[in-house]
Design a protein around this ligand. Structure first.
Ligand code: PMP
Ligand code: GLU
Length: 399
């Protein structure tokens, strides 16, 4: 059969996180008892008061198109949240609500990046950043920071990556896939460099803001030197256990919020009206649910760090947030499986762990860092104990 797939889409890599999760679900459907540590989403139910708000929204007929950038009441709630929690000032008109933080990110990249423009991405980084830049025709400039530097880039590395073509830096803290968090001082040092280059936009993905065990969070937009060219990405998926609702936003300079609204107006219009009302309830209602989930994530962090550290050969750090562990697995590369297959890459290892150990993880290579795997610990303590037992057994079976 004839196919007509654009070069743009042919060049795109499929999302490795979603692919691994899909594979794990397929095995489960075949009756295999797989533990899924691949996709990163809270395992908690959306809090009851948020669900009630959505039900009310339907009954009150919030069922029509909304303004493209979202209901004003929601944008006001986001604007107030940003001021109160992060000390940053974005008017409601500077906020555009989208179908998840994913679309918010893609909107901003498509609205700012021309073919050939360079976007600096500290690696390892979430799988979709590089592909979004590719969609825009931009060029990714990667800075690598491995476990020895807690996966955080230095100001020297940043400065060395900047060229006259640099248009943007994309920074994610707390980080997916590592859980690392830049302290205020570390961000300050990066900001000092960025302050010298007024043409570089700062795209700050703060979606894991609330899953943070350090007790403090600094928004990139809180530095006056770069505030007027910093775009915050955030949303309700992670903080309020609302991944399926698909509500995220960008908070951007006015000119960019307008451009993003124009773009979104042509290809998806507004995000779901009902989900927007639910998100509004999340921002204006009790915030107790966040602290409760955070407590559970911190306990699980302690558990996976302890269990993974006990596995010979795994190099593990102690992440400070999000819900990921990113152990270095290179001690197991070059080994052979019991049925005679050679494990050449961390991708081979992730596949072996799935097929033999029945634990789904994600290859570090998908995040731009070969030799590591990502474990999402957003699952029950029992699942984590069993998953780490299986990983240990499967790794020790390699010769
Ligand atoms: N940024 C990062 C770093 C993420 O891990 C995710 C996870 N999905 C997103 C953005 C997108 O989140 P959303 O579900 O709101 O699209
Ligand atoms: N962000 C999550 C992850 O990294 C969800 C899946 C995705 O959108 O990539 O697993």
């Amino acid at each position: 059969m004839m196919t007509h797939i654009s070069e743009r889409v042919q060049a795109l890599a499929p999302s490795a996180t979603l692919a691994m999760s899909q594979k794990s679900n397929e095995l489960k459907a075949q009756g295999v008892d797989v533990i899924n540590l691949s996709v990163g989403e809270p395992d908690f139910e959306t809090p009851a008061h948020i669900k009630e708000a959505a039900k009310r929204a339907i009954d009150e007929n919030y069922t029509f198109y909304t303004p493209v950038p979202g209901y004003m009441s929601l944008r006001k709630a986001v604007s107030e949240k940003l001021l109160k929690e992060n000390g940053v000032s974005y008017a409601p008109e500077q906020i555009v609500v989208s179908n998840g933080a994913k679309q918010a990110l893609c909107n901003v990249i498509l609205a700012t990046i021309n073919p050939g423009d360079e976007v600096i991405i500290p690696m390892p980084a979430w799988v979709s950043y590089v592909e979004m830049v590719k969609l825009a025709g931009g060029k990714t400039v990667e800075i690598h920071a491995d476990i020895k530097q807690e996966f955080k880039i230095t100001p020297e590395q940043l400065e060395a990556a900047i060229t006259p073509a640099t248009r943007m830096i994309l920074i994610c803290s707390p980080s997916n896939p590592t859980g690392s968090i830049y302290s205020r001082e570390e961000l300050e040092a990066l900001v000092k460099v960025l302050a010298k280059y007024p043409d570089i936009m700062v795209l700050a993905d703060e979606i894991y803001e609330h899953i943070n065990f350090t007790g403090s969070f600094t928004s990139m937009a809180s530095f006056p030197e770069i505030a007027d060219r910093t775009v915050i990405i955030n949303g309700v998926s992670k903080a309020y256990a609302m991944t399926g609702w698909r509500i995220g936003y960008c908070a951007a300079p006015q000119w960019l919020a307008k451009a993003v609204t124009k773009l979104q107006g042509q290809y998806t219009s507004n995000a779901s009206s009902i989900a927007q009302k639910a998100a509004e309830a999340a921002y204006t209602g009790s915030q107790e649910c966040i602290a409760e989930m955070n407590k559970a994530f911190e306990r699980r962090r302690d558990l996976v760090v302890k269990l993974a550290s006990e596995i010979p050969g795994l190099k593990v750090n102690r992440p400070q947030g999000a819900f990921y562990l990113f152990p270095e697995v290179s001690a197991y590369l070059g080994k052979t499986t019991p049925d005679g297959k050679k494990i050449e890459t961390s991708g081979d290892l992730a596949m072996y762990l799935l097929e033999s150990g029945h634990v789904a993880t994600v290859d570090g290579g998908a995040f731009g860092m070969e030799g590591y795997i990502r474990l999402s610990y957003a699952t029950s303590d029992d699942n984590l104990r069993e998953a780490l037992r299986r990983i240990r057994e499967a790794l020790l079976n390699l010769k």
